[in-house]
Design a protein around this ligand. Structure first.
Ligand code: OOB
Length: 539
């Protein structure tokens, strides 16, 4: 890492090693070891395809050799935008072996986001499906390639069109001259963000593998587990909590679910005897309703993890009776800290809290607006530091100065309280972000898109409560003087046509004459939210 990307100070790194959290493992080595220990066990199930640990190991080796032959080298960034398919793991492990860094884009991202990731990360390659959910990623890739000088390769799973087929990149395995060390970066994850553009989260082999090991222990994942990857594989929750990588670390089986709807997911749970999976609260609601209708055998399921957004107590109470399995609430963040309720926690704790940290070395501070620590039980801002929480974003010194304290605590932007047992209850959020059922929308990012509309004078994006998603987005728009009236759909279309992920398009648009302003002349989102709740914003 370089000066612009802070890492753990030497004394912290030494402590995390001494205590056995960082054990000097790498992802490349981990797969090699599992493949040697049980080559014929199934690692990945993707539809009718079943890859053993030996298969996955060999595929990673051949692809690593092919990528090296094309000049992709240690430290290079590769934007990865693949759905839940076996190739996702081929590419990830091939890059891990080389020490090139995947940048984990989501399938929903579109041209604006992808062009930004490629440019900001100075990516040398972009890996895509041909067509996914009706969207042709090859066209998008052609545009991004034309505008990104560093981008030398577009690799396509399926029909490559004008680009290169991933299947043609393989080569006979070679010895990797300079493999990554355990303390090196493994990948860049995306931040949910609250700023104009997403930030990149640098995670190392050592720190991430520790979070997997800790998660496996807490969720009782072992070699006999079967993990269903129902959420987009690139997201931190299904990747590591305990997720697909946790399952592979344990030598368990990963079943890839192309879509998380109950019909698709339940059929796979039944067919593959899935024991554990992780979903966001809106899906938990849909799954609970569907499970109550019966007709499928979900008896193999032992643990249902729910997180990414606040899970209501009422919905949480229904999980055990309906699924006859244990609920684990997960409150995590791609920046690091992950909290789980424990398998042996009393039901009251499981349904009313969002869990406690993985590590005894996770430091938690709950502070007021002036960074003063509050007494236990008081609600305040959550700050955290620990063996798998980053000390800074990738190449973002200005953000880092705001997002981290001088002594390295990450400002999560979450407002929480702790109970005596150390379990945290998420009470709200101080960051300017909307949590749309686990999908994070940075208000400023969408506001900037809307401000580009020639008729728009000002805009504020706020969350409005929603029974299903928890929150939806509402754009309050002030038009320029003299501008012709617009319909909400015109704003929504405008945002979509700027090439952003669909979940960022505002759910509602309201035209108003003025905003409530704070004392210093900033739009008061607090007042705006209150006005929405009272049904009379700006009118
Ligand atoms: C997970 O990661 P991100 O990076 O997409 O989002 C993190 C943010 C948190 O700071 C918090 O605001 C919110 O998502 N959040 C929750 C929550 N879990 C996450 N808010 C309330 N209750 C929860 N249970 O979302 C993520 C990463 C790893 C595991 C699970 C979730």
């Amino acid at each position: 890492m370089n000066a612009a990307t802070p890492t753990w100070p030497a004394e912290f790194a030494a402590r995390y090693r001494d205590r056995g959290w960082w054990r000097g493992e790498t992802f490349g080595g981990m797969l090699r070891e599992r493949a040697a220990a049980h080559p014929d066990r199934i690692a990945i199930v993707d539809g009718d395809r079943r890859l053993t640990y030996r298969d996955l190991d060999e595929r990673a080796d051949r692809l690593a050799a092919g990528l090296l032959a094309r000049g992709i080298a240690k430290g290079d960034r590769v934007v990865l935008q693949l759905p839940n398919t076996a190739e996702f793991f081929d590419v990830v492990f091939a890059l891990f072996r080389i020490g090139a860094l995947p940048v984990f884009a989501l399938p929903a991202h579109r041209e604006t986001e992808i062009a930004y990731f490629c440019a900001f990360a100075e990516a040398v390659a972009y890996v895509i499906p041909d067509v996914h959910e009706g969207f042709d990623h090859r066209e998008l890739a052609a545009k991004v390639r034309a505008s990104t000088p560093t981008l030398r390769h577009v690799l396509v799973v399926g029909d490559p069109g004008e680009h290169t087929a991933l299947a043609d990149v393989t080569a006979p395995p070679v010895e990797i001259a300079d493999p990554p060390a355990p303390g090196d970066l493994a990948f860049l994850q995306l931040s949910g963000g609250s700023t104009g553009v997403p930030k990149l989260i640098p995670r190392t082999h050592d720190d991430y593998i520790y979070s997997l090991r800790g998660s496996n222990e807490i969720c009782a994942v072992d070699a006999d587990s079967v993990y269903l990857c129902a959420l987009p594989a690139a997201h931190n929750f299904p990747l590591s909590s305990p997720g697909t990588l946790g399952a592979l670390y344990a030598g368990a089986r990963v079943v890839l679910c192309p879509r998380p709807s109950p019909d698709v997911a339940f059929a796979l749970i039944e067919r593959e005897r899935v024991t554990i999976t992780g979903i966001v609260p809106p899906l938990a609601l849909a799954w609970t309703e569907a499970a109550q209708r019966g007709g499928v055998d979900l008896s193999s399921l032992r643990v249902l993890l729910v997180g990414g957004a606040k899970f209501s107590e009422e919905a949480a109470r229904r999980i055990r009776p309906v699924f006859d399995c244990t609920l684990q609430q997960v409150f995590g963040m791609a920046e690091g800290l992950v909290n789980y309720t424990r398998l042996d926690d009393p039901e009251e704790i499981v349904v009313t809290t969002q869990g406690r940290p993985i590590s005894p070395d996770d430091e938690i501070r709950i502070v007021d607006d002036a960074d003063v620590d509050l007494p236990v039980g008081a609600t305040g801002h959550l700050l955290t530091r620990g063996p798998y929480t980053i000390r800074g974003y990738w190449n973002a010194p200005e953000h880092n100065a705001k997002s981290f304290t001088a002594d390295g605590f990450y400002r999560t932007g979450d407002v929480v309280r702790a109970i005596a047992s150390g379990h945290l209850v998420v009470e709200g959020r101080a960051k300017d972000q909307i949590n749309r059922g686990g999908e994070k929308v940075a208000a400023e990012e969408v506001e900037n898109h809307i401000l580009a509309h020639p008729s728009v004078h000002d805009v504020a994006i706020v969350a409005v409560p929603d029974p299903y998603l928890g929150e939806r987005t509402c754009a309050y728009v002030i038009l320029r003087e003299g501008a012709a009236p617009l319909k909400p759909v015109a704003i929504r279309r405008f945002v979509r046509e700027r090439g952003v992920a669909g979940y960022k398009v505002p759910d509602h648009v309201e035209f108003v004459d003025t905003f409530p302003y704070t004392g210093v002349g900033k739009v008061s989102k607090k007042d705006l939210r209150a006005a929405i709740a009272a049904g009379l914003a700006g009118r």
